[in-house]
Design a protein around this ligand. Structure first.
Ligand SMILES: C[S@@+](CC[C@H](N)C(=O)[O-])C[C@H]1O[C@@H](n2cnc3c(N)ncnc32)[C@H](O)[C@@H]1O
Length: 349
């Protein structure tokens, strides 16, 4: 674990630069930052970035820096223009950090001499005065040998790299999903239906250990396309609406593939659907589709209810696939989905 300790923070003067120290710590592979002065605004700014862009970075302000630095069980580095050049020590630091935690101290105005005495390494990024932000970024980059730039973050907001322009895909929370639905003028019937599917899908998702943010958004948005058409094309219409709004592709695909237990390429062709993949593949795609299969209007029904209504429409093969999907998910959950459905009904009443 890598900790950054920021000392000499003055909440009114240094708000921006300490935020940048924290963001650099997070983006360049550190796990947490400790800041000497209590600053709740700084904490919430940094926590909001982590909440939106992902990862497990944490921040704590209002700490006793000398005690934290002195008592730290691991390798202690003080970044200072007066230290030894980073390239002359980085191999030794990496070596002594094997199997150990590391703490990196950066100052603000004047750094007390105690920091130099407590540190195992006083490291300069060139013996010239510059900034804690640049010193920290270069130190972390040297320490990780550039690998920190390859780290993947699963956030609500994911930047899509572009040669030109900017694109961010995002995973909407419950409130944002409702806003999207009402923005498309979803009527009460749609809202009531998606709310029940959402409750059932969340319950199944918990048993199955699925990604709950994807389940939440996928279930709430699965029928957004019904604001355009109630036909077989509503899943495609929904996916198109969401792609236009830069919703994360994992959610768009849940919506696009939520019909029955999937539609085979030949069936899709016959139905006049665009040439896309309609077979559920991810756990979340399967859960939302099956939760939808087990909800009629705003009512949770059983597998046999659903299968019977498919048979009545002459859809024998799709009915078999729904049964198979039901068994597969029940086995992942360790509980029959019909029983999970009954539990949700009891909670709803
Ligand atoms: C604006 S400087 C203040 C330096 C101040 N003169 C002092 O007493 O250390 C703030 C912080 O930036 C970092 N820093 C600035 N230049 C640096 C350099 N050349 N190498 C490493 N760190 C540097 C150090 O962490 C320092 O505590």
């Amino acid at each position: 674990m890598i900790t950054v300790i920021r000392i000499g923070h003055r909440p009114f003067r240094d708000k921006r630069i300490t935020t940048h120290v924290a963001l650099v710590s997070r983006a360049f592979g550190a796990d947490r930052i400790l800041v000497d002065e209590k600053d709740e605004t700084l904490e919430s700014t940094v926590n909001r970035v982590t909440e939106n862009f992902g990862g497990n970075f944490s921040i704590k302000t209002g700490i006793n820096w000398k005690k934290e630095f002195k008592d730290f069980n691991g390798v202690k580095v003080n970044l200072s223009m007066y230290g030894i050049n980073v390239d002359d020590r980085i191999d030794a630091i990496r070596e002594s950090a094997k199997g150990k935690d590391v703490i990196i101290l950066v100052g603000a105005e004047k750094v007390p001499i105690d920091a130099y005495n407590i540190a195992d390494y006083n490291i300069a990024i060139a013996n010239q005065p510059h900034s804690e932000v640049s010193a920290l970024a270069i130190f972390l980059d040297r320490f990780y040998e550039g690998k920190e730039l390859e780290k993947k973050y699963e956030g609500k907001m994911n930047v899509i790299p572009m040669d030109n322009g900017k694109m961010v895909k995002f995973i909407p929370d419950e409130q944002q999903c409702m806003k999207l639905l009402y923005g498309e003028k979803a009527d009460e019937r749609i809202i009531e239906h998606v709310t029940t599917v959402y409750k059932l899908a969340m319950a199944i998702g918990k048993y199955a250990g699925a990604n709950m943010e994807l389940i939440r958004a996928g279930a709430l948005l699965h029928d957004i396309g019904r604001t355009k058409t109630n036909g077989i094309g509503h899943a495609v219409a929904g996916a198109d609406i969401l792609r236009e709004k830069n919703i994360d592709e994992a959610i768009v695909r849940i919506v696009e593939k939520h019909t029955g237990a999937g539609i085979l390429p030949d069936e899709a062709k016959k139905l006049g659907l665009p040439d896309r993949n309609y077979i559920q593949e991810t756990l979340e795609e399967k859960i939302v589709a099956q939760a939808d299969n087990l909800v009629s209007g705003k009512k949770i029904v059983t597998l046999s209810d659903t299968v019977n209504s498919y048979h009545l429409k002459g859809l024998d093969e799709p009915a078999e696939r729904i049964k198979k999907l039901h068994m597969e998910l029940s086995s992942i959950c360790g509980k029959d989905l019909d029983i999970i459905g009954k539990e949700v009904i009891m909670e709803m009443n």
